[in-house]
Every structure is written in C-alpha cells, then in structure tokens.
Design a protein around this ligand. Sequence first.
Ligand code: PEP
Length: 252
Amino acid sequence: MSRKKIVAGNWKMNTDYNEAMALITNVFNASKTLINVEKIIFPPFPFLQSACEITKNETSFFIGAQNCSEHLSGAYTGEVSANMINSIGCSYVLIGHSERRLFFKETDDQLILKIKHALNHNLRIVYCVGEQLDERKNASHFDVVRAQLENVLNNFNELDLEKIHIAYEPVWAIGTGETATPDQAQEMHAYIRGVINKNFSAEAAEKINILYGGSCNSKNAKELFSCNDIDGGLIGGASLKADEFCKIMLSF
Ligand code: PEP
C-alpha cells in the first residue's frame, strides 16, 4: 500500500507577525506544484488565521495549531479551544509534543480530552510520541512508546484513527542536531505499526501515517524518508527557513 507523504513544520514559539507571513508565503508559493506531498504548518496561535487565509482552497497545504485546550469552553483564561481553532479555518492540531509533556506536564488523560475535542470539532491530529535519552539507554524505549500509544489512542476507534497521524520524535534528537539513524527510526516506526496492528487492525496499521521528527533537515531527510515505515517528517528548527523546508519537501 502506498501511503500519503507528509511534511509538517512546527514553528514552536518563533517568528513575529511579519516573519511568519513572509515564511508561510514563501513556503506556500514554493510548494504549489508539489501536490503529491501533504504540507502542514503549525504556526504560533496569533498567526493562524492569517496563515489560513493565505493557504485557503489549497488541497494539499494545511494549517494547524500547536496545542488545544482539554476544555470545551468557559472560564479558562489564556486557553484556546478546539472549536476556536476550527472556526478560523485550521485543519490540524498537534497533540502530545514532548515539550508540552515535559514543560507543561501534560498527562495522558489531558491528551485524551484534547484529542476528543479536536475530533469533535473536525480537526485532524498529529499525535507525538518518543522516548527520553535515558529510556533509550536503558532499552525501555519500545515500552515507553507503546504506553504513549496505547494509553491514549486506545480510547478511540478505528474511524477516529483515520484522522490521526503519529509523529515519532525521540526527545534526545529534538533540537539537538543529533538525528536518529535511519535504522533506529525505521525500527521504531515498524514497531509503532505493530502496536497499531495489535490494538486496532492490520488495515489500520497499514494505513496510518507515521512521521519522523528530531533534527530532520535537508541533508538527512532523503535517507530517512526512504525507509519503508517512515511516511514523512515533523520538522522543528529547519521549518523556520523556507529554502531548507522546501528542500525537505522535495526529499521523497
Ligand atoms: C520538533 O520539535 O517537533 C522537532 C522535530 O524539532 P527539531 O526538528 O528542531 O529537532
């Protein structure tokens, strides 16, 4: 089965308004003819609506939020709901990024609620999993990733799963310049597909898109994306430079 190819850019808390508009415009224009690759950009919240306006009506270019609230609405000062994100034209939300798990102490229960609200508000999800360095060193990385998958995704059904992409992001590779080798990444991606097979079905495992994230750049993307179970990338630092991100989009 040939799965969709996807390149997603997570801008994190970077860019101001002018920089964000220049970056999205450059990436969008450069990718117009690349219709066989799905592009997803996760800009900071204040720039989402303008980014949606620039990219609207494009069938292979989507905008997503980097987070959403576990609450539906109400007295939660500073929070942004799935409904708000959907109502300005976003298609995606990033859930479970390691920076949210680590710095904001997001728990599996919160992630389940966030995914529920996102699905109920017609948003697709990129759900991030990945082990810490000590977990890889003590060889518990498969168990850690399996728990992150099962604890959260087993609360959803196979139809829900069709709206969820998984991003495998070893935490020791995020922003460090140290990339997982293609063998390490492929091994974990195949394992993740096995977990989906066991908990859902062979068809679901075959269909689900699994992206690699962690210091992916224009130099290593081609080798990573050529692995059987790697369907694309979630790109942090390298998504902040239009030319670098465009080269990654061309790496399939
Ligand atoms: C990320 O944070 O999702 C990421 C992959 O970052 P980087 O590419 O900078 O390692």
